[in-house]
Design a protein around this ligand. Structure first.
Ligand code: PLP
Length: 230
C-alpha cells in the first residue's frame, strides 16, 4: 500500500465534484443523479479515512482481498459507507464478496451469476448487481458482448432469480470513449435498467454528459498508483 501524504484528497474531491456538477448541469441533468465512486485500490485505509472526513461515502475496490483487509474497520466506524466491487470476481471469492460489498458491478458470466444467486440465497445478503458489458467486444476483456446482453439478462432474472439494476463498462483504451458511453446508456435504457456505471479519471466528464449515474474515479482523487506488479 503506498501512501501519498502530499495528495490533497479533500481538494481533489472538491474539484471532481465540481466537474461532475458542471457536466451534469450542461447536459440538463440533476447533479445529484450522479454518484461519485471513489476508487481506492492500492491506496491505504488512511487515504480512505481522509476521503471520509471530506464527506465522501461511496468507494470502489477492484480486488476482494484488498477490500477485505481495508474496509471492515472503516465501515464499523461509518455504517453509511457504501462499497462497490469494480474488478473481476472469481467464483471462489463470491462468499467474501457478498459479505463485503454493497454493489457488485462486474457480473460478467453465467457461472458467476449462479454462484452469486446461491450465496445470496444462503447468506440472505443482497448486494445490488450490475452487468459488465464489453462494449468494444475486445477478446481479452471481461464483460458480456452487447449482442449477448438480452439473453444474459434473461438468464440472470429467470434462471437465477437475480435482480440486475444496471450496466457498467470500461471502454477500449485507444478508442473514443463517448461512443462506448452512448452505447452503454442506450442498452441500459432499452432494458429499463436505472444504473449506468461509466467514466474514470480521464473521461468522467464525458460519461456524465452521456448519462452516467455512477462514475468511478481513482487517480484524480487519490493521486497516481504504483505500477501493477507483473
Ligand atoms: C482503477 C479503476 C478505475 C479508476 O481509474 P482512474 O483512472 O484511476 O480513475 C475505474 N474503474 C475500474 C474498473 C478500475 O479498475
Amino acid at each position: 500500500m503506498s501512501e501519498h501524504p502530499e495528495t490533497d484528497i479533500a481538494a481533489n474531491l472538491d474539484l471532481v465534484r465540481g466537474t461532475i456538477a458542471r457536466a451534469a448541469a450542461a447536459a440538463g441533468r440533476d447533479p445529484a443523479s450522479v454518484t461519485l465512486v471513489a476508487v481506492a485500490k492500492t491506496h491505504g485505509a488512511d487515504a480512505v479515512a481522509r476521503a471520509l472526513a471530506a464527506g465522501q461515502r461511496v468507494f470502489g475496490e477492484n480486488r476482494v482481498q484488498e477490500a477485505k483487509a481495508k474496509f471492515p474497520d472503516l465501515r464499523a466506524a461509518r455504517p453509511d459507507l457504501e462499497l462497490h466491487l469494480i474488478g473481476p470476481l472469481q467464483t471462489n471469492k463470491v462468499k467474501d464478496a457478498v459479505a463485503l460489498f454493497d454493489v457488485i458491478q462486474t457480473l460478467d458470466r453465467p457461472k458467476l451469476a449462479k454462484a452469486l444467486a446461491e450465496e445470496i440465497g444462503r447468506s440472505g445478503r443482497r448486494p445490488r448487481l450490475c452487468i459488465q458489458v464489453n462494449t468494444g467486444a475486445e477478446p481479452q476483456k471481461a464483460g458480456i458482448p452487447p449482442a449477448d446482453l438480452p439473453a444474459f439478462l434473461g438468464f440472470c432474472r429467470d434462471e437465477c432469480g437475480l435482480a440486475v439494476e444496471g450496466l457498467m463498462c470500461i471502454p477500449p483504451q485507444d478508442e473514443e470513449p463517448a461512443l462506448h458511453f452512448a452505447l452503454l446508456a442506450d442498452l441500459a435504457k432499452r432494458h429499463g435498467l436505472p444504473v449506468v456505471s461509466m467514466g474514470m479519471s480521464g473521461d468522467f466528464e464525458t460519461a456524465v454528459r452521456f448519462g452516467a449515474t455512477h462514475v468511478r474515479v481513482g487517480t484524480a482523487i487519490f493521486g497516481a498508483r504504483p505500477p501493477l506488479p507483473t
